[in-house]
Ligand binder design. Sequence first.
Ligand SMILES: [Zn+2]
Length: 75
Amino acid sequence: MGQGHYFECKKCGNKEFRPVYSFCLRFYKVNFSDDLLYDKINEEKFECTKCNTKYTREEIQNILQQIKQQRKGKD
Ligand SMILES: [Zn+2]
């Protein structure tokens, strides 16, 4: 078992996050029609349990990717 490399909060260094979800319907009109269409947007964020800084899944993935790249460089 190797050493764990965690995603850490940029602000406080905390390693624990809780998911935060927003559920949204975005309505828009289509030309020449009275129908309203809508997009469902389920936004997922992760909030630091200490300082409440929010991160998107992409941000976390990107940073984990960077950690992976750095590890490769050391071997
Ligand atoms: Zn934090």
